[in-house]
Design a protein around this ligand. Structure first.
Ligand code: BGC
Length: 361
């Protein structure tokens, strides 16, 4: 697969907008803008607002994959901004995008409740809203595209419980959940609890990580290591960023072996930690399918068509994709076979021996 993050450099035209934060990417003027998305050559603007940049998925996958797909469907210009996990900043970015005349707003909210006012402003201007990956808590949402997020938590919880029972290390685990303002975080937590609570493995302590911050996850985990020591035999971490923080805390404390740590996103650093034996598992979500579906639905809404949903979620027409567990045993069959990473990207010199041991070459 061609790597989107490399292609992006060729496509991007950066426009510093009023907030200093919006950028635009367009095929207008290029020789391949031959389809009819914009009608008689007119460029249609679509807003894409993503929540943060500490998690690698947004800039490396969601953004370029969405832009590439949308601009292949017609004469579109993507008005893009990343909120750096600041809800007030996202509100301003949304207002700027609406002022710039976007025809559809694709919004991955920092704060699902606060973003309701963005959806209302958009609706007041007849701009359809796609709730992307995270749910906006508003009845003004036209379409929701995400994964089965409760199932993500079930997969993480099941993998961890099974592993601890298999290793006979069931003294206790800690739970590092996601941001309290992200509706997905509540779903991951609910799914994980549905498996961990009846397992009989004690939950020693639990934390909702503000802003999904890896640093805050690390700081909190360090305190739990001091408090619980060897009693802490497993770590539920809701995503790879918080998993990285937890693993850094364990290493700093010199605890060996590192207890099994869960994750999510199949970030490159997490896959490398899994190969090296530092992280137990992650959850792979095929972001290509998610981003491209969002582009297709944005195209339909921009054309005045009504997209046909695959399902509904809280009465919103929706597409919910299927998450997949990744451990050292199925890296090849998941992220490599799906073209998410090449073996070369994972197996850099530092990981050559571990990759060979894991059968990756
Ligand atoms: C996304 C995860 C991501 C997290 C932090 C969640 O809403 O579904 O993929 O790791 O936010 O950005």
């Amino acid at each position: 697969m061609r790597k989107p993050r490399k292609r992006f450099a060729l496509l991007a035209i950066t426009v510093i907008a009023a907030t200093g934060a919006l950028t635009a990417c367009s095929t207008s003027g290029s020789s391949d803008s031959s389809s009819d998305g914009g009608g008689s050559g007119e460029t249609i603007k679509i807003g894409l607002l993503l929540p943060e940049s500490k998690t690698t998925r947004y800039e490396s996958f969601d953004r370029p994959l969405f832009e590439d797909k949308l601009t292949s469907l017609g004469n579109y210009e993507v008005i893009y901004a990343n909120a750096d996990q600041d809800a007030a900043k996202q509100q301003q970015q949304a207002e700027s995008a609406l002022t710039e005349g976007v025809k559809v707003l694709v919004l991955d909210p920092v704060d699902g409740a606060a973003a309701a006012s963005i959806a209302e402003s958009a609706a007041a201007q007849d701009v359809p809203v796609i709730s992307y990956d995270r749910l906006i808590k508003s009845d003004k949402v036209d379409y929701y595209i995400s994964f089965d997020n409760e199932q993500v938590g079930v997969l993480q919880g099941t993998a961890l419980v099974d592993r601890l029972k298999q290793d006979n290390t069931t003294s206790g685990l800690i739970m590092i959940n996601g941001s309290p303002t992200d509706a997905n975080a509540a779903e991951f937590k609910k799914g994980a609890h549905s498996v961990i609570d009846p397992s009989g493995i004690p939950i020693l302590a639990e934390y909702d990580t503000p802003d999904w911050s890896p640093d805050k996850a690390q700081e909190w985990a360090a305190g739990q290591i001091t408090q619980f020591g060897a009693e802490m035999s497993g770590i539920y971490a809701a995503n790879d960023g918080t998993a990285g923080g937890a693993i850094a805390a364990v290493k700093a404390a010199g605890t060996e072996p590192i207890p099994p740590v869960t994750g999510q996103d199949a970030e490159l650093a997490a896959i490398q930690r899994i190969v090296a034996g530092d992280q137990f598992m992650t959850v792979y979500k095929a972001i290509k399918l998610e981003a491209e579906k969002a582009a297709e639905v944005a195209h339909q809404l921009a054309q005045g068509d009504t997209p046909s949903p695959d399902t509904t979620f809280q009465d919103i027409p929706s597409t919910l994709l299927t998450p997949v567990v990744v451990t050292v045993d199925n890296i090849q069959e998941t992220v490599i076979d799906d073209g998410f990473y090449t073996v070369d990207e994972i197996c850099t010199a530092e990981y050559a021996d571990a990759c060979a041991a894991a059968g990756l070459q």
